[in-house]
Design a protein around this ligand. Structure first.
Ligand code: ZN
Length: 268
């Protein structure tokens, strides 16, 4: 789970940003946003909040269309706009696809602000529910974990500890949380968690990973959480596992709040 709640505005201003100009997603105040406009905004936001980190590949059009519940042509048009705006590049051939070029910059602000404000109440409530559910799953894992689970949890924790910053850590985080959900041995809780997370995130179960600024500090904070969480589960400390699990997950909302502040035209 991602742990960045302090974005430095000064540092943000100094970071490398795309020099491309993103086409306006809202051509005029009177014109209702089209499906392509909305999906363009959502993808820009997903990049800005670090669901898709620099150098990462977006899922295939078919998968994106399914998770965003729109047609493939809509996704294709939105991706074309992002390529035009310099946020994505298309690579051909084996291992090809749409890749994130650089950290998103001020050109993304209007899209991020529109996307987050339009869904803010639902996002806040869902983040809160996800956090509570992470606590419940951690409690269940502390009660129900087997010796094999303990072995897997410790291996995944070690993988997270050794993972490089950015994408490798994000992937290791995803695998660790999947193994905690497995250790709970409750398919209903697990399924509910994934369903709720997919409402917050386009890239679920990959977690928001924030902007590259301050990322290492966030990852070290996550590591400390993970160490305490895995220890509590392995030692069957039910209450402690629940508390740590919920607190660890709550930081997604802090990250979204930071992204919203960063994108706020009144604060720029
Ligand atoms: Zn985590």
């Amino acid at each position: 789970m991602t742990r960045q709640h302090q974005l430095s505005r000064a540092a943000a201003a100094g970071q490398a940003v795309s020099t491309g100009t993103l086409p306006s997603a809202l051509p005029g105040v009177q014109t209702p946003a089209s499906a392509v406009d909305k999906i363009t905004d959502r993808l820009i936001t997903a990049i800005a909040i670090g669901e898709y980190l620099p150098e990462s590949r977006l899922p295939a059009e078919r998968e994106l269309a399914a998770s965003l519940q729109v047609g493939r042509m809509t996704v294709r048009s939105a991706i074309a706009r992002l390529v035009q705006g310099g946020l994505l590049e298309t690579r051909r051939g084996r291992g090809g696809g749409s890749f994130v070029r650089e950290p998103s910059g001020p050109t993304s602000n209007a899209s991020v602000h529109r996307t987050l404000t339009a869904r803010w109440d639902a996002l806040r409530d869902t983040c809160e529910a996800v956090s509570l559910l992470h606590g419940t799953i951690a409690r269940a894992a502390a009660k129900n974990r087997t010796d094999v689970d303990v072995q897997v949890l410790r291996e995944r924790l070690e993988c997270f500890r050794n993972a490089g910053s950015g994408q490798p850590s994000q992937k290791a985080d995803e695998l660790l949380h999947l193994s905690i959900a497995e250790a709970a041995h409750n398919a209903t809780l697990r399924g509910t968690l994934f369903e709720l997370e997919s409402r917050v995130s386009i890239a679920a179960p990959a977690y928001l990973w924030g902007s590259p600024i301050g990322m290492r500090e966030m990852e070290l904070r996550a590591l400390a959480d993970h160490e305490n969480l895995v220890a509590a589960i392995c030692e069957r400390q039910v209450e402690r596992a629940g508390t740590i699990g919920a607190e660890h997950a709550h930081i997604d909302l802090e990250l979204l709040e930071a992204a919203l502040r960063e994108a706020d035209p009144l604060e720029a």
